[in-house]
Design a binder for this molecule. Structure first.
Ligand SMILES: [Fe+2]
Length: 303
């Protein structure tokens, strides 16, 4: 097993890390690129994730829970989806299912941290007029490290339902000499892009019920092709202990949400029935490990 000591591991180390993950998975895995892999989920996993994601969407959009999936999708086509905060009664069961599935594929062995909550995304095939004014548009080729995310992350995306082909994720490879650029935490990525030289699209599928996982240094973009909406899950794993770098602790306390971002990878069987329980358990572990200051921050940040 690789001992990951630096978030800025080299291209070779990152390739080796992904290869070791792929080797542990007992299911069929496709590897379109050394930093990108795809694995088909089991039917029951997909059905559970769809149902959990729809419940969260319905709750966030004030749609009655009994509404059919097709009706929820139809309504989403003409509205902006805003995930509700503090919906832990739905987000904890979603994390439980995702964590159970990731344990079965042994991801917990190499990833001590998992993002909470698991993000439920509703992505429109057509952009709203103001979208590209965002400082970090996902429609530009980018690495999430440029947008300020931790450099030790593995990203996961699972298309779940809707018109999945209306907007797809496309990954790119480039010459390894440019790799240091991906590992820099730069504030303005369109200008970084100009310095990258040639980037080549990596051929891959984009299908419902497939888990795509990739190293956060791999450049990617969202390509919007037509109307319609795609529902998907996305989240990140940390390959370093999530409290190892104090830099990420202040981030967790920003106004973007008191509770979100990176936590310890939950154990299996999943022990939490509420967010309070998850947090209490996390604080207990941090105190035992001597991370008393971080435990105190966690305690204070909970509303
Ligand atoms: Fe991204």
């Amino acid at each position: 097993m690789i001992v990951n000591s630096s978030p800025y591991a080299s291209f070779e180390e990152r390739k080796q890390w992904v290869a070791e993950m792929v080797a542990r998975i007992t299911r069929k895995v496709r590897v379109p690129h050394p930093l990108l892999a795809e694995v088909k989920l089991l039917e029951e996993e997909v059905a559970d994730l769809q149902s959990l994601a729809l419940s969260f969407i319905a709750y966030s959009s004030s749609i009655p829970a009994a509404t059919s999936a097709s009706e929820i999708l139809r309504r989403l086509e003409t509205s902006q989806f805003k995930p509700k905060r503090n919906a832990h009664h739905l987000l904890i069961p979603l994390e439980r299912r995702v964590s159970q599935m990731l344990h079965l594929m042994d991801f917990h062995q190499s990833s001590p941290g998992l993002e909470y909550p698991i993000n439920v995304r509703v992505v429109h095939g057509k952009l709203s007029d103001d979208y590209d004014k965002k400082s970090y548009p996902t429609t530009t080729v980018h690495s999430d490290i440029w947008a300020g995310e931790p450099a030790d992350t593995l990203q996961m995306i699972i298309p779940l339902m809707g018109n999945v082909q209306s907007n797809i994720c496309q990954w790119y490879e480039t010459d390894t000499e440019c790799f240091e650029l991906y590992l820099s935490n730069l504030s303005n990525y369109p200008s970084t892009l100009a310095g990258l030289g040639e980037v080549r699209a990596i051929p891959h599928t984009f299908e419902v019920g497939t888990l795509y996982f990739f190293d956060s240094a791999l450049p990617h973009q969202t390509i919007r092709k037509e109307g319609g909406v795609r529902l998907s899950l996305d989240f990140r794993l940390r390959r370093l202990f999530p409290y190892a770098d104090p830099k990420w602790v202040p981030r967790m306390r920003r106004e973007r949400g008191a509770y979100d971002r990176y936590y310890l990878f939950p154990p299996e069987p999943y022990p939490y029935s509420s967010f309070e329980q998850k947090l209490d358990h996390e604080i207990e572990i941090l105190e035992k490990l001597g991370f008393v200051e971080f435990a105190a921050l966690r305690r204070r940040e909970y509303p």
